[in-house]
Ligand binder design. Structure first.
Ligand SMILES: [Zn+2]
Length: 411
């Protein structure tokens, strides 16, 4: 292993490099070959690239000195590829050549990809993008784009140009102004907003959605208390709307908006009716205490109690005959009809038509029943057990009880 130092071919530069070899003779030989081929240092190469750019009529680049020298060599390489690839791709896309020429396979596939872009957005847009790239003076553009394929660079620039064209056109300006006006009209502000971020509320396909592009405890706590659940797929808080127990979607939107504004959140609500109701609070507040019926599944036909997240009727519910807590559901047998009706009246619970029908059935059966004067058989002597549990294991008490749309009857 040996090294030989060589100097830059540019007169007076003084730049140098160590050439490695297996031994002295090998290192000297390699160094001699590079000197014969006119090796120049990086600084000289970069300066030469800048000089060639001036000759080629390319604009001066902007950025730090290091960025500008690097970008000059990158620009030279990228434009050399695009200046060959674009005309070939256009020819191929127009069907004037069966297979694009272009040496290496990698280059040929680049041309094919680019031809697809030509077909998609048209030749004028591709040529416009190429000229926009040639005129690009931001050094960062060349540095960031150095690994992009020709088709990727052309597509991205063409897309950006189209957006710019739109923004510059009278129609685009009118559209932007209209969107801004609509947003301003839809926006409801509290007297002292906690942030300028705007929450967007909407009702689509049976779901209420609340979106907020900021991490906010105030926002999350408010929508959670209203029964919204986080949906990672939608990146929004959503709540399935059930008109039987939740009232109208417009009222729910208005209530959500009103509660958020009260928490200091700025809200955009595009539905004019919901907006008006949110402002004067004329919506029907959601009734959250319900006796409903489980429509299907393991607990089909059972009565179910639900109440607001910030309320607690759990112990009152447990005192009802046959009360069980299963799969986060507070369940009661329909035979507990009388007690359930008393409970509902005492605590302001409403009864869904489905639950009412089930209770009526119980009543009808009771009236049809034959009354038998039955006598209980004598009780057996209690069994003596050594270590008998005095109390059953206590059940865990739910911290919150929510309405799950799937388990609620819709009749
Ligand atoms: Zn040099």
């Amino acid at each position: 292993m040996a090294t030989t130092r060589i100097e830059c071919a540019t007169e007076g530069c003084g730049g140098c490099m160590e050439v490695d070899g297996r031994n002295r003779r090998d290192a000297d030989y390699r160094a001699k070959k590079l000197v014969e081929r006119g090796w120049t240092c990086r600084a000289c190469d970069n300066r030469a690239a800048v000089e060639r750019a001036v000759v080629a009529g390319l604009p001066a680049l902007e950025g730090s000195e290091k960025q500008v020298t690097w970008a000059a060599t990158l620009r030279e390489r990228i434009l050399a590829i695009l200046d060959v690839a674009v005309p070939e791709a256009v020819t191929y896309a127009n069907g004037r050549s069966a297979y694009p020429d272009g040496g290496a396979c990698g280059f040929r596939s680049s041309v094919l990809e680019l031809a697809l872009v030509v077909r998609e957005i048209g030749e004028p847009a591709v040529r416009d993008a190429l000229e926009a790239i040639r005129a690009e003076t931001d050094a960062r553009f060349w540095i960031d784009g150095r690994l992009e394929e020709p088709n990727e660079m052309i597509s991205a620039v063409a897309k950006r140009r189209a957006v710019e064209e739109r923004a510059l056109s009278p129609e685009g300006k009118a559209e932007a102004a209209a969107a801004q006006d609509a947003m301003a009209e839809a926006t409801l502000r509290s007297a002292e907003p906690v942030s300028e971020t705007i929450a967007e509320l909407a009702f689509r396909e049976g779901r209420l959605t609340a979106r907020y592009d900021e991490r906010s405890e105030a926002f999350n706590a408010t929508v959670k208390a209203l029964g919204y659940l986080w949906d990672p797929a939608a990146s929004a808080w959503v709540r399935r709307h059930n008109s039987l127990m939740m009232g109208t979607a417009v009222d729910r939107l208005a209530e959500t908006a009103h509660e958020l504004i009260a928490a200091g959140i700025v809200v955009a609500l595009h539905d004019p009716e919901a907006r008006a109701k949110a402002i004067d609070r004329s919506y029907e507040p959601e009734h959250r205490r319900w006796v409903s019926i489980v429509p299907n599944g393991t607990y089909e036909g059972k009565l179910r109690l639900t109440w607001g997240r910030d309320e607690d009727f759990y112990s009152a519910f447990r005192s009802l005959p046959g009360a069980t807590y299963r799969d986060k559901l507070c369940l009661l047998p329909a035979t507990a009809r009388d007690e359930v009706l008393d409970f509902a009246e005492a605590h302001g619970f409403r009864i869904t038509p489905g639950a009412k029908g089930r209770m009526d059935d119980v009543m009808a059966q009771r009236e049809k029943g034959v009354i038998v004067d039955a006598k209980p058989r004598p009780k057996a002597e209690p069994v003596k057990a050594g270590a008998r549990r005095s109390r059953p294991t206590s059940l865990s008490v739910p911290a919150s009880v929510e309405v799950d749309g799937d388990l609620v009857d819709h009749d």
